[in-house]
Design a protein around this ligand. Structure first.
Ligand code: FAD
Length: 444
C-alpha cells in the first residue's frame, strides 16, 4: 500500500515540475522569440513564467481532486499550497522589479492611466496578488471571517491568473512562436477547465447525490453527532480516520463547506457519523439539524488512517478534546474488524464530564486490546488517574520499552499546541518522525 502511494507521489511531483518548468524550459532551450532583446529581459520573463505556472498549479492542488490528494494527504497539500504560493508571489514580483532594474523607463508602465493594456493587465495581476497574499497570511490578525476570506480568495486568485495570462498574450513577444503560443493556450484552457470543474461540475455532482440527516445525538463535551445516509442508497467507502467536506443549509455552489472527520466505523460505509463541537458560526448550527435535512458530502479525504500502515504491530492514539473523532473511527473499525493489535489511547480533556464518547470507549476496551489513559486538567475529587496535560513522563509510564520502535505507529489529533508539544515528546522518547502521524483541525 505504501509503495502504491510512493509511486503516485513520484508521478505527481514529476508532473508538477513538468508543468512549472515547461514554459521557462522552452524559453531557454527553444527557438528565440521573434524580437528577443536581451538575456536579462528573458531572465525577467522567465521568473514571471515560473511564478505564474506555480500559481496556476495551485488551482489543481486545492480542487477537490481525490486521486491527486490521496497519496499526500490534505494537510500536506494545503501546507504545500501555502508555501508554494509565497514562492510564486516572490517570483512574480521579481519579474517587474528586474525589469525596472534593467531599464528605469519601464517604471512608466506603472501608471495605469497612461500605460497600454498589456502593461495594465500585468499591474492589475500583481496588485491583486499582493491582496491575496496579505489577506491569506494575516486573515486571523485582520479578523476577516473565514467565509468572507474564502469567497474573495477564490475570486481574486482567478483574476490574478486570468490577468497574468492576458498580459502574456497582449505582450505577444513570448507567444509569437507556434510552440510557445500552444503551451500558453494549453495552460489557459486547462485553467478554464479546472475552474469549470470545481465551480460547476463538482457541485453538480454533489447535488446529484445528497445525503440526509437520519439522527442527531448530543454528546459529552458540547458536541453533537449527526448520522448521514445517501438519499440514493450509495455507500461512502472510507478509511477510518479520514474526513469529509460538508455543506449544510446551502447548495454546493455556495462554496461554503466545512471539513469534519468521520467518527463512525469504516466497516459501515452505508451510513456515516460526524461528531461536531459547538465552536463557531457553522458548528453552532448542528444542533438545529432535523432528520430528513439535506447535506452535501464530499469525501472521503485525508491520509490520517491506520489503514495506510497495515504493517503496524502496535498502535498509539493521542487525542485532545474533540480530536478524538478520527481516532474514534479507528477504534470502532478495529472493534468491528476484530483487530487484535494492542492499542494505547492517551486522551486529554478538561474535565471528566466533557470526555466525548467515554462510555463507548469503555465498551470498546472490552472488545479489543485497548488501554485508555485519561489525563484531566480539572479532575473530579476522587480521581486517581493522571492529572494536567499529557507529559513525556506520563507517556513513558504507560508505554513499555518494547513499544518504542519501528513497529509502532502513533496517531495524534488535538489542539495544535498540544500536538507540537506531544510530537516533540514522542521524538524524545525515540520515535522516528516517519511513525508519528497527525491530523490538523485547522489546516486552513
Ligand atoms: C481535517 C479536519 C477535520 C475536522 N474534524 C472535525 C471534527 O470531527 N469535529 C469538529 O468539531 N471539528 C472538526 N474540524 C474543525 C472544523 O472544521 C471547524 O471547527 C469548523 O469548520 C469551524 O467552523 P465554524 O464556522 O463553526 O467556526 P468559526 O468560528 O467561524 O471559524 C473558526 C476557524 O475554523 C476554520 N474554519 C471556519 N470555516 C471553515 C471552513 N469552511 N473550512 C475549513 N475551515 C474552516 C477557520 O480556521 C476559522 O478561523 C476539522 C477540521 C479539519 C481541517
Amino acid at each position: 500500500m505504501r509503495n502504491q502511494y510512493k509511486l503516485k507521489q513520484i508521478l505527481w511531483i514529476s508532473l508538477f515540475f513538468l508543468l512549472v518548468f515547461t514554459p521557462i524550459g522552452v524559453l531557454i532551450a527553444g527557438p528565440a522569440p521573434s524580437s528577443s532583446r536581451s538575456v536579462w529581459l528573458d531572465f525577467s520573463v522567465g521568473l514571471g513564467f515560473v511564478g505564474l505556472a506555480l500559481m496556476a498549479v495551485q488551482f489543481a492542488l486545492t480542487a477537490r481532486i481525490k486521486w491527486l490528494k490521496e497519496p499526500f494527504g490534505s494537510d500536506l497539500i494545503y501546507h504545500f499550497h501555502r508555501q508554494i504560493s509565497i514562492a510564486a508571489f516572490f517570483l512574480i514580483l521579481a519579474h517587474p522589479i528586474s525589469l525596472f532594474i534593467l531599464d528605469a523607463r519601464y517604471l512608466r508602465l506603472l501608471n495605469i492611466f497612461s500605460a497600454p493594456w498589456r502593461a495594465r493587465a500585468g499591474v492589475f495581476s500583481v496588485i491583486l496578488l499582493i491582496l491575496v497574499v496579505i489577506s491569506s497570511e494575516y486573515r486571523k490578525k485582520m479578523k476577516i471571517p473565514y467565509d468572507l476570506w474564502k469567497f474573495w480568495h477564490g475570486i481574486l486568485t482567478t483574476l490574478v491568473v486570468a490577468t497574468a495570462l492576458l498580459h502574456i498574450f497582449l505582450v505577444g513577444n513570448y507567444v509569437s512562436l507556434p510552440l510557445t503560443r500552444m503551451i500558453w493556450i494549453v495552460y489557459s484552457v486547462s485553467f478554464i477547465a479546472l475552474l469549470s470543474y470545481t465551480r460547476i461540475i463538482y457541485p453538480l455532482k454533489l447535488m446529484r447525490n445528497p445525503y440526509e440527516v437520519i439522527a442527531l445525538n448530543e454528546e459529552r463535551g458540547d458536541s453533537w453527532t449527526i448520522r448521514l445516509r445517501s438519499t440514493k442508497g450509495r455507500s461512502l467507502p472510507f478509511q477510518p480516520g479520514q474526513f469529509a467536506w460538508i455543506t449544510a443549509w446551502k447548495t454546493p455552489f455556495s462554496d461554503s463547506e466545512h471539513p469534519f472527520s468521520i467518527s463512525s466505523s469504516a466497516e459501515r460505509p452505508e451510513e456515516i457519523a460526524l461528531t461536531i463541537k459547538d465552536l463557531g458560526k457553522f458548528t453552532s448550527t448542528i444542533k438545529q439539524m432535523q432528520p430528513g435535512q439535506k447535506i452535501y458530502v464530499d469525501g472521503a479525504h485525508g491520509s490520517f488512517s491506520i489503514d495506510r500502515y497495515p504493517a503496524a504491530q502496535k498502535l498509539v492514539f493521542i487525542a485532545g478534546g474533540i480530536g478524538i473523532t478520527p481516532i474514534m473511527s479507528m477504534l470502532r473499525s478495529m472493534a468491528d474488524r476484530g483487530d487484535k493489535r494492542p492499542v494505547k489511547l492517551f486522551y486529554n480533556n478538561r474535565d471528566w464530564d466533557s470526555v466525548t464518547f467515554r462510555e463507548e470507549i469503555a465498551a470498546i476496551e472490552k472488545k479489543i486490546d485497548l488501554q485508555v489513559i485519561y489525563t484531566l486538567e480539572i479532575p473530579p475529587q476522587a480521581w486517581d488517574g493522571e492529572q494536567g496535560y499529557l507529559t513525556e513522563d506520563i507517556i513513558r509510564k504507560y508505554l513499555p520499552l518494547n513499544w518504542i520502535g519501528q513497529q509502532t505507529e502513533i496517531f495524534m489529533c488535538g489542539p495544535q499546541i498540544m500536538m507540537e508539544i506531544v510530537e516533540r515528546q514522542c521524538q524524545n522518547l525515540g520515535f522516528n518522525d516517519k511513525h508519528i502521524h497527525y491530523e490538523l483541525f485547522n489546516f486552513v
